[in-house]
Design a protein around this ligand. Structure first.
Ligand code: NAP
Length: 337
């Protein structure tokens, strides 16, 4: 699983996968899925075995964090490779819910006489690929809600104020850019795009910027806003048109759809496995009320209070999983359930 994590940010929409091959208690090879469209973990693991150790492969145990694939996709099936190498035992952390695999890799190996063990550290392996699993099983992206609030629970001066309230400190700002680098997409509401004029790119951390997703139902946002620049692919969710213009992709949602459901449907169609929703309050509350969220990350500046102001969203179903302090900011990590 540590090896698998090295693929973070490079393999989506594939899952992160790691593999080690062990002969009499010693690791003789290890590998991970490094880049979308390229070799799977098992292939890289076997390729890493030194020439003098190769005769040991057929007497070794292969450990892999996800069920080996059993179909021709961008690469040949890993089950075929395992059988070619005559590996007698394979230990698998969790099955692959992807419809073209979904137990068939395990069956193939078992039918060929391989000793297959499954369910080892299963929960950890599922958590590792929570975005992939949510996308496959719930047919929607993994949804992370994020906002910053004052110590007295305010997110802005007022709903229509042009004066931006700066809440989080430099450390949390950098962390938020790291979060952006980890998700496929970032979403904001119409008023936030208009009033804050954010870039929504990752500038303070290594790695890619997410696809920007902007809610603009009546297409009222002016084109000189930063979210319409060429810095990243941008999806504009609206109720009027369906058209691609350079990096701007206009996607229509039906009036009958609940807004959160409509957005989620578009993201699923676009193969977007995860999204971080960075406000504003109306949009966040819409996702919360629809129960369409997996995690909420709330940054609270403990030393800032304001008079009046816009109240933070309310999350009744939240379970506090973790918290940390970054200077004057505290960060709470909630999960839905
Ligand atoms: N502290 C933070 O973390 C943070 C983050 C982001 C924003 N903010 C602040 O929050 C303020 C904006 O928040 P907000 O709640 O006013 O705006 P918002 O959620 O960004 O946008 C609200 C607008 O989006 C559309 N919309 C959103 N949800 C909708 C729904 N369920 N159904 C229909 N339309 C929906 C509507 O646009 P139409 O009127 O065109 O229909 C609505 O007027 C700004 O002051 C900003 O600075 C703070």
């Amino acid at each position: 699983m540590s090896l698998a994590k090295l693929g973070a940010g490079f393999v989506a929409p594939n899952p992160m996968v790691g593999a080690v091959i062990v002969f009499e208690g010693n690791i003789i090879g290890e590998g991970w899925h490094q880049k979308f469209g390229e070799a799977h973990a098992e292939v890289n693991c076997l390729a890493s075995v030194k020439e003098e150790d190769r005769p040991k492969i057929s007497k070794s145990v292969l450990y892999v964090s996800l069920e080996p694939c059993n179909h021709y996709g961008k690469t040949p099936p890993c089950t075929k490779l395992i059988l070619q190498h005559k590996i007698p035992k394979v230990v698998i952390a969790c099955t692959d819910p992807y419809e073209k695999v979904n137990g068939s890799g395990i069956m193939k190996l078992k039918n060929a006489g391989v000793d297959v063990r499954t369910g080892i550290l299963e929960n950890e392996a599922i958590k590792l690929n929570k975005r992939f699993f949510t996308f496959q099983e719930k047919k929607r992206p993994y949804i992370i809600l994020k906002w910053a609030q004052t110590a007295d629970g305010k997110v802005a001066f007022n709903a229509n104020s042009n004066k931006r309230l700066l809440i989080s400190n430099a450390f949390s700002n950098r962390l938020v850019h790291r979060w952006r680098s980890e998700e496929a997409a970032i979403l904001v509401g119409t008023a936030t795009a208009l009033l804050d004029n954010p870039s929504l790119t990752n500038r303070l951390w290594t790695g890619p910027s997410p696809i920007r997703v902007i809610l603009d139902l009546s297409l009222r946002l002016p084109k000189d806003l930063k979210v319409f620049d060429a810095a990243a692919k941008t999806i504009i969710i609206n109720s009027k048109k369906e058209i691609q213009e350079k990096n701007l992709c206009y996607c229509k949602i039906e009036e009958k759809d609940n807004v959160a459901e409509g957005i989620v449907k578009v993201l699923y169609q676009q193969q977007i496995q995860s999204v971080i929703v960075e406000g504003g309050v109306q949009l966040l509350q819409t996702f919360i009320d629809a129960g369409l969220w997996d995690e909420a990350r709330v940054v609270t500046n403990q030393s800032l209070t304001i008079n009046g102001g816009l109240k933070a969203p309310q999350i009744p179903q939240a379970i506090l999983q973790n918290h940390e302090k970054l200077g004057s900011d505290s960060i709470q990590y909630f999960s839905n359930k």
